[in-house]
Design a protein around this ligand. Structure first.
Ligand SMILES: Cc1cc2nc3c(=O)[nH]c(=O)nc-3n(C[C@H](O)[C@H](O)[C@H](O)COP(=O)(O)OP(=O)(O)OC[C@H]3O[C@@H](n4cnc5c(N)ncnc54)[C@H](O)[C@@H]3O)c2cc1C
Length: 425
């Protein structure tokens, strides 16, 4: 058996988690010349419960990382085939700043490729290395609250900067005081893989009228994402809040949904590898940064409340965090103070879009809303084109049309009315 390389005693930047957020942060830091060590508890290639869908926003980051051709060669997705409330509509991904095409790559493959990209950039990655403790400085002065080191079992690794990219449960974030607020909207979702003769169809299926086997409508959607490798990723997601928890057995709902789309997707078997997970969304967490550490990706609840996509924000957040870390003094000093700088940057980047998406998703958790609004929306190609653009957060800052102006204005009102600011301190 091959022995694992020894963990270092110290490093400049230590990244916990080698999912999209951790790999992107590590890649950009290493490309900027920083010494980066990445630790992940899992052994790669590892699976992650996900729909595997890459929206144009995600593909813009995949392009920046140099993996755009690799992903599009697997499958290029042109847009969505929407269904529900007696209508079917084909809506292409919005053209524009984000490029207008998507893809879908199963996470065992995608995350391994991202991990390799970080290694190629110069980061040192150790998998099978679970962080079990964090040491906070106590030498006095301004650095009192700085992270000194992390613990991996018996091994201590000291670091100047810590990046917490440890996913939805964020065990290391919790040690540092990161808290998730379930009074804001969140999702419960399940995915599976199914063999399909339409595995290379270049449009993703999205069923907006998701009913359980008793016929009750669920505040969410069912998806079929073609992977181009013989299978599709088939899943369901439902929105919830602490006041209105999702009243659904999500894995049973998935099996029911698979029966509904069996013929239209030419499914050639039963759903396999069914897994489910919760998704904190729209920045509904507090305590995402300290003196020399910051949480990114799912650990910072950077997930779109309207469609559950988080890979784009994980990749984008990783790049933004790396830029912020590099904007300060070099590794010889104590570096940028991230305590306020990181949540402020997150709010400046996502504040408006997450606030309005959170409010819209919140409305969907009221049982009367979807049966009322769904049929109105699906009647109009123009409305659904605008909805897809807003839901996929592909409205660019430079866009000046009516939809873009309306979305931004609604976002800024929603932000002002928010009871708890996103990424609260
Ligand atoms: C059912 C479902 C469907 C989804 N579908 C989509 C979709 O189609 N498109 C999309 O864009 N998003 C989707 N998402 C969201 C997406 O999966 C996440 O937003 C994304 O994985 C976030 O990446 P991350 O790097 O923050 O976290 P992760 O990918 O979860 O990576 C975190 C890593 O941290 C490691 N780790 C955890 N604890 C420790 C520790 N103590 N020490 C060391 N390592 C540790 C883990 O092993 C893991 O590898 C979906 C989510 C769910 C639940």
């Amino acid at each position: 058996m091959q022995s694992r390389p020894a963990l270092p005693a110290s490093t400049d930047v230590l990244v916990v988690g080698c999912g999209p957020a951790g790999s992107a942060t590590a890649t950009w830091l290493a490309r900027a010349g920083r010494e980066v060590t990445v630790l992940d508890a899992a052994t790669f290639p590892r699976d992650k419960t996900c729909g595997d869908g890459l929206t144009p926003r995600a593909m813009a980051e995949v392009d920046r990382l140099g993996l755009g051709t690799w992903a599009r060669d697997r499958i290029t997705i042109q847009g969505l085939d929407l269904r529900g409330f007696g209508h079917e509509r084909r809506v292409p991904w919005p053209a524009g700043d984000h490029g207008g095409t998507g893809s879908a790559v199963r996470r065992t493959v995608f995350d391994d490729r991202l991990r390799q990209t970080a290694v190629e950039a110069g980061a040192v990655v150790h998998d099978g290395a679970r962080v079990t403790g964090v040491e906070v400085g106590s030498t006095g002065g301004d650095d009192d609250k700085a992270i000194r080191a992390v613990q991996v079992g018996d091994t201590r690794i000291s670091c100047r900067t810590l990046v917490v990219a440890d996913g939805v449960r964020s065990p290391v974030g919790k040690m540092l005081g990161r808290a998730w607020h379930r009074d804001s909207v969140y999702a419960v979702a399940a995915r599976s893989y199914v063999a399909s003769d339409r595995h290379d169809h270049p449009w993703i299926g999205s069923d907006l009228e998701l009913r359980d086997d008793a016929g009750a409508i669920q505040p969410g959607y069912g998806w079929v994402f073609p992977l181009g490798d013989g299978e599709v990723n088939l899943g369901v997601g439902a929105l919830a809040t602490a006041a209105r928890p999702a009243n659904v057995a999500v894995k049973e709902l998935l099996k029911h949904y698979a029966r509904i789309v069996h013929d239209s997707w030419a499914l050639a078997g039963e759903p396999r590898a069914i897994t489910s997970a919760l998704l904190p969304m729209g920045g509904a967490v507090s305590g995402v940064a300290g003196r020399n550490w910051a949480a990114v990706g799912d650990a910072a609840a950077c997930v779109n409340p309207l469609n559950g996509e988080g890979i784009d924000y994980a990749l984008e957040g990783g790049r933004l965090l790396a830029e912020l870390i590099c904007s300060g003094p070099g590794p010889a000093s104590t570096g940028t103070d991230l305590t306020r700088a990181w949540p402020e940057l997150l709010r400046a980047t996502y504040g408006e879009s997450f606030a309005i998406a959170r409010d819209a998703a919140h409305l969907l958790t009221f049982p009367q809303f979807l049966p009322f609004a769904g049929p109105i929306g699906m009647r109009s190609q123009t409305l659904m084109t605008a909805a897809v653009r807003c839901m996929s957060n592909t409205v660019a800052d430079s866009d000046r049309d009516v939809v873009a102006r309306g979305w931004r204005a609604a976002g800024s009102i929603a932000r002002r009315l928010d009871r708890r600011p996103l990424f609260a301190d």
